[in-house]
Design a protein around this ligand. Structure first.
Ligand SMILES: Nc1nc2c(c(=O)[nH]1)N[C@H]1C(S)=C(S)[C@@H](COP(=O)(O)OP(=O)(O)OC[C@H]3O[C@@H](n4cnc5c(=O)[nH]c(N)nc54)[C@H](O)[C@@H]3O)O[C@H]1N2
Ligand SMILES: Nc1nc2c(c(=O)[nH]1)N[C@H]1C(S)=C(S)[C@@H](COP(=O)(O)OP(=O)(O)OC[C@H]3O[C@@H](n4cnc5c(=O)[nH]c(N)nc54)[C@H](O)[C@@H]3O)O[C@H]1N2
Ligand code: SF4
Ligand SMILES: [Mo]
Length: 674
């Protein structure tokens, strides 16, 4: 019998789609969009429409496995859960006894975005006293920069952009990474809005823009300051708003004078005429809407870039006009009661914190104590973490015991001592927030666990029982955890009940189109052109337009590398779905014809992209979609093609995040040593 069951996309994607899954005899036949979802409206991306291929993939891990050959060699034998968990428990106990609990390092990210299973290990590792992982690999520079300017609250609803007359898509490949925002922008366009894309290369979204502004990477703060310079000079300002709701305007005026158009052109590569067109369009629009992506923030000065962009709406009073504003993230509105579930209080005070961006260093050079047990789940660091030669050297250590809870034999799983087979989102109950819209959703299993796979929650509760942990959290069911997560005083979460969620319909939070109307959650309660809290951290109190530069090896490497998402993959996920790998084609490096010519590189040729950190063998795509001096590698392919052989563990100015798009490289044909 065929059933159509609602579900939710579990991927780390702002869209958080509602799904309808067709199931026959415990087997997924098709996955489609749920037309009842007000934001995602019945369509989904081509990746998840192939989900049956992923869930029932012949290469899915279905049984626990134990390493038999050398570390990283990929030889394993099947084992029972009992045997596998005995080994995990034994190694945890041994490491804790010999080196102390901080020798245990958990590592996880957002392979599955549901609140319950994504966070199911936290209480266990806290109670164990393990090193704490700082999970800053993605958007923390954006959060920090945005918060410094506009506060920690949620931002303007993308749905409201239908009323905008100017949409700025700033460092976001929206048609690839936030597809469901497009219909709202397209509707605005039908009503006469102009769409401007600001990006270093002509990505899929830029191809559809009314105006594409090609910027040098790492120079967004200068561009925004150049816009401010013109807005101020032309008096395209909302003086009333500035007077009542901002602080530091006079200081900002002085700062912006340092950024006249010719100087900004020199920094950003954006022609002064185009800069003027941009600033005037922004200043004269009735309802300008900005959708910043993570492009500007995956730079060493990424926090400053986001902070500066975020100040623009305040100058023109965009926060008080329907259709205008800025959407960075909707997450702050999902103010769940997480403490009883995460139990940070169980972690002993002063426990060591390890930044996930610096995993390579943590596994190779951290002492007192060294990392002896590495427990990885919902993440694939041997592919997605920066500076892979260090990460993999660490994972190769024979004296490191590695546990990997996974769906597939990823590059990380290959280094495991014990592999535990994971259950997908289709096999568990979970609660889903979103960072692109304001709907909360719950999902129930649509099929039973595939093979002998187990959910993240189940595995951690089994381990907790083995260690004799008796706290409530180690026994709660998914439903109990979700009910508890909903016990919050947050005004955004009022009227959301477990019963209503159990209907599996998306529920809208109590958030207006423009949450900034309720004020700014900054220390002053105002938009902070001047931020004293940044000053206290030793950062510039005012916006600063000096560019982000990778200084490592700049005497030898002259090309800047950016590594934005691939249309057919999601981070390293979907590398395992053959039809998507085929669509993605071979891993490529986009290089400008000028740079290709001087290096004897022709289109389609195999090349080496390299720097002191590593080397990647890929195919050259010679195209003027990129600019001279810029190499683009779209997506994170696995094995030797991961762009992360070339990226650094350097930390961003704010948010302690990773500068994935701020690295210098050289490119050469295979014969040419350069
Ligand atoms: N298909 C697909 N969708 C995804 C993902 C995926 O891998 N594949 N990943 C998901 C995740 S985890 C995330 S965080 C989001 C990320 O989604 P995005 O925010 O769209 O991704 P970014 O890596 O920030 O790259 C966005 C754009 O920024 C540009 N860029 C790079 N450097 C700069 C710069 O200095 N300035 C400016 N203005 N632009 C720059 C890149 O060229 C790129 O076009 O997407 C999510 N959705
Ligand atoms: N060069 C470069 N590197 C980047 C980026 C970039 O732009 N450029 N982007 C960065 C960003 S924004 C992010 S967010 C990170 C993302 O990094 P990760 O969160 O590590 O994302 P994925 O690579 O998708 O790996 C998730 C893994 O979880 C597994 N998984 C999924 N669901 C389940 C489940 O239910 N149970 C179990 N047990 N396992 C599951 C998947 O099979 C997959 O191997 O990568 C970062 N790396
Ligand atoms: S990956 Fe994004 S666009 Fe695709 S189904 Fe999931 S939430 Fe929707
Ligand atoms: Mo991300």
């Amino acid at each position: 019998m065929t059933k159509k069951l609602p579900s939710v996309c579990p991927h780390d994607c702002p869209d958080g789609c509602g799904l309808l899954v067709e199931v026959e005899n415990n087997h997924i036949k098709t996955v489609k969009g749920n037309p009842e979802h007000p934001f995602t409206r019945g369509f989904i991306c081509h990746k998840v429409s192939r989900y049956a291929e992923r869930v029932h993939n012949q290469n899915r891990l279905t049984t626990p496995m134990i390493r038999t050959g050398p570390k990283g060699g990929g030889s394993f034998r099947p084992a029972s859960w009992e045997e596998a968990l005995d080994l995990v428990e034994g190694n945890l106990r041994l490491a804790i006894k010999t080196y102390g609990p901080e020798s245990v390092l958990p590592y996880s990210y957002a392979g599955h975005f549901g609140v319950v299973h994504r966070n199911a290990g936290h209480a266990f590792f806290h109670k164990l006293g393990a090193s704490r992982l700082l999970r800053t690999i993605c958007s923390d520079a954006a959060t920090a920069g945005f918060t410094a300017s506009l506060g920690s609250g949620p931002s303007t609803d993308i749905e409201s952009a239908v009323n905008s007359d100017l949409v700025l898509i700033w460092g976001c490949n929206l048609l690839t990474t936030n597809l469901h925002a497009w219909p709202f922008f397209e509707k605005a366009k039908k009503n006469g809005a102009k769409i401007i894309v600001i990006d270093p290369y002509k990505n899929r979204t830029a191809q559809k823009a009314d105006l594409f502004i090609q910027i040098k990477p790492g120079t967004d703060a200068a561009l925004a300051l150049g816009m401010m310079h013109i807005l101020i000079a032309q008096d395209l300002l909302d003086h009333e708003f500035i007077k009542n709701h901002t602080q530091g305007f006079e200081a900002l005026v002085r700062k912006s004078r340092e950024y006249p158009p010719p100087y900004v052109e020199k920094i950003t590569g954006v022609d002064r005429g185009v800069l003027e067109e941009l600033a005037l369009a922004y200043g004269r629009a009735k309802a300008p809407f900005i959708r910043p992506g993570c492009g500007p923030i995956r730079q060493l000065k990424g926090g400053m870039a986001m902070r500066t962009i975020a100040l623009l709406p305040a100058l023109v009073g965009a926060f008080s006009r329907p259709g205008a504003g800025i959407n960075r993230s909707t997450s702050p509105a999902f103010a769940l009661n997480t403490a009883p579930f995460l139990r940070p209080d169980l972690s002993p005070e002063g426990t060591r914190v390890v930044n996930m961006v610096e995993l390579g260093q943590a596994l190779t050079s951290l002492g007192s104590p060294p990392v002896k047990v590495f427990y990885n789940y919902l993440a694939n660091p041997a592919v997605v973490a920066p500076d892979l030669s260090q990460v993999r050297a660490g994972l190769k250590r024979e004296d490191l015991f590695t546990v990997v809870h996974e769906l597939f034999m990823t590059d990380t799983a290959r280094y495991a001592d014990v592999i535990l087979p994971g259950s997908t989102s289709m096999e568990v109950t979970d609660l889903y927030t979103s960072y692109g819209h304001y709907y909360l959703q719950m999902a129930r299993p649509v099929i039973p666990p595939v093979g002998r796979s187990r959910s993240t929650l189940k595995v951690f509760q089994d381990l907790a029982a083995r260690f004799g942990f008796t706290e409530e959290v180690f026994k709660q069911s998914e439903d109990e955890i979700i009910e508890q997560l909903l016990q919050t005083d947050s005004p955004y979460m009022q009227e959301i009940t477990f019963e209503d969620l159990s209907s599996l319909k998306p529920l809208r939070l109590k958030v207006g189109a423009n949450p900034f109307e309720q004020g700014f959650k900054t220390p002053s309660g105002k938009v902070e052109f001047l931020s004293e809290s940044l000053g206290k951290k030793g950062l510039p109190v005012l916006p600063d337009g000096s560019p982000s530069l990778d200084l490592e090896g700049r005497d030898r490497y002259t090309l800047q590398l950016i590594t934005p998402p691939n249309h057919h993959l999601l981070n390293s996920s979907f590398n395992e779905v053959e039809s998507l790998r085929e669509k993605a084609g071979p891993p490529r490096a986009l290089i400008h014809p000028e740079d290709a010519r001087s290096r004897g590189i022709t289109d389609g040729r195999q090349v080496r992209v390299f720097n002191d950190r590593g080397i990647c063998l890929v195919q050259a795509k010679v195209t003027d979609d990129t600019q001279p001096g810029l190499v683009v590698m779209e997506g994170i392919f696995d094995k030797e093609a991961s762009a992360n052989h070339l990226t650094s563990q350097n930390i961003t100015d704010m948010g302690e995040s990773c500068a994935f798009h701020c690295n210098l490289v050289e490119v050469a044909t295979l014969e040419n040593p350069v």
